[in-house]
Design a protein around this ligand. Sequence first.
Ligand SMILES: *Cc1c(COP(=O)(O)O)cnc(C)c1O
Length: 736
Amino acid sequence: MVQFGEKWGGIMQNNSIAYFSAEFGLDESLPIYSGGLGILAGDHVKAAADLNIPLTGVGIFYGKGYFQQRIDESGSQHHLYPQVDLEASVYPVQLVRDDNGRPIIIEVPLQGRKVYAKAWSVQVGSVTLYLLNTDVESNSDADRHLTDTLYPGAQDIRISQEILLGIGGTRLLTTLGIRPEVWHMNEGHCAFLTLERIRMLSAEGLSFETALEAVKASTVFTTHTPVPAGHDVFSIDMMDRYFGDYYWQLGADRDRVLSLGSMNGVFNMTRLAVSTSSKVNGVSKLHGEVTREMFHRWMPHIPVRDIPVDSVTNGIHTGTWLGADLKELFDRYLPSDWTLQTAEPEVWAAVRDIPGTELWEEHQQAKLKMLQAFGLPLPPSDRMPLIIGFARRFATYKRALLIFSDPERIARILGNPDRPVVLVFAGKAHPADGPGQDLIRQIVELSQDNRFKDRVFMIENYAMDKAKLLVQGVDVWLNTPLKPMEASGTSGQKAALNGVLNCSVLDGWWVEGYNGRNGWAIESTMDGDTELQAKQDTEALYRLLEEEIIPLFYKQGDQKVPMEWVNVMKESICSLAPVYNTQRMVTDYWHKMYVPTSARGKRFAADNLEVASRVAAYKHFIRDNWSGVQVRKVDIIEDNSCRIGLNKKAFRAEIELGAIWHKDVLVEAVGSDGHRGLWKVTLKAIKQQTKGLYIYEGTSSDIPVDNIWKADVNVRVTPISPDFASDFELELAAWG
Ligand SMILES: *Cc1c(COP(=O)(O)O)cnc(C)c1O
């Protein structure tokens, strides 16, 4: 295994990455997560510890945690909030104290009053996770409850929590003497941290714009939200109430500060995060594309292709999610250090050598364990039914009820006495999500329906413990989100690791993971018509169940083991386990995000922030003069010109740059390739016609289109700088 801290010691010092997240799912005994986002953050922290990456986590200690779910006979969800029992936590949780043994207390401003928070620390191997909580004696009663619950419905409590996380978290790190080189914002909830860092630099005498550049250079942002409606937003009025006395402390006026996040009349935390970071990534390749399309709406003059959003596909922490019995089997057949090399495909290839009967037998044990743990009926015969699991948050886009779209048909599929199929559901709906709770109610009703007796079950209080039992114990993991709403999804990755086969809509990670042999894909056209999509997905799902999944499962060999099925299990493990794990994921973050950003942050900060102030001044100059930039004239120069050469296309443009220097812009001829792509040809300034008016020319021999008409060619002028993280950092472009 690569030991990052040692190998890269020269690049990173201790505690060099600060990882902020509103939720962390480390273990069910510490209920400070609600779903995939938190589990991902928890797995990220664990992998960083495994890889010896110098990372510090920052989050909130929700005193009552995410709720415990009870479902009554009628299917209504009830919310219980027992106090979190720290003694029960498998991770040591401690109050953070100063050298004199006094608890460290930090202070944040909330609407003109001071609110105090204590810090707790959770040790995950070498990584420390700090968690803030406002249950402090010096706070008012109401403020003591600010951090009680996760994702409160009330906007005032939500913004207070986000101020505590971003501003308070930054203050805590400062108090502890931790000076991160890279600040990683996991989703937009924590993005106020960038404002606090600007404030701190401003207090040292730096201008707002220079401070912004320094902060941006050292910050990365991971977005998880594929739809605009999912973004965290606050009204401008609310921003004024909470930040009225804070704006000026950043060294800028209110409008400039608000401009970092204002969009469509509200303050958008994703917009703030994008404005204040130098690298942005989505959590799967498809989600990266979807995010580019979404951000394109904010920057319509920049083509989707060019929007600077990368992707790092999510993974899961193998040590957390692999069943104990299967781990023993892997210990016997895989190379001895396999747990340190989970991102190596060759290591997993040894799964093919495991005798099919043994792999099958271990899975039967996991299945039995799950049935017993949930009190589900044990099969009368020695052959267990095909069990399909569906468990995740009950958000409506995940379409838990899709499989019941045609109740008669699914009843026939499940009810066949020769080939019984059982559906097991689990999941919580957010306390404020009425439609999500309705889904739970309907599933409970279906489970009581005679047609589905002993075929459909709803398991209460889905959390990490239940998730483990399910992803280890069912046969098929079903996922039917409305494409492209599932940014990544990770529960299917946990299932795959355990030899459970995915049957999923080709959304999120599954588009990348599915290879035609390692599970099943529910394919449909995606054209924005949600009803049509549901219809197609349902039909595809039923067809897969009837024609492929059920027949394969019940196709027994001599030893009563469905060997073909077992081979798909092996293919699924071999092809998916090495890729969709957090060792691979955090290594990707390391190379793509952390190392370059650490270098960038240091370069911007060196010599009294020389580069940061230069970039700030440069951006200021460009913004002030951009309105004078104009593409005056575009020509395609004919092929027969001997200067150009055979089969080449040549372009000439006349461009007014005003006060801007010709080397500070990138000029390109841009056209569509007739599919979804663009071709681009860079043009160079060949002469200055009159002051500020330039002639640009360029040729290319590899434009993938035969006949180019003038109307199809656009010339784009973009302000650039070797100090920019991307050519579109200024979000400016002039077209002609
Ligand atoms: C893994 C996990 C999730 C995420 O599931 P998705 O399939 O990504 O929606 C949610 N909740 C729990 C408890 C989990 O373990």
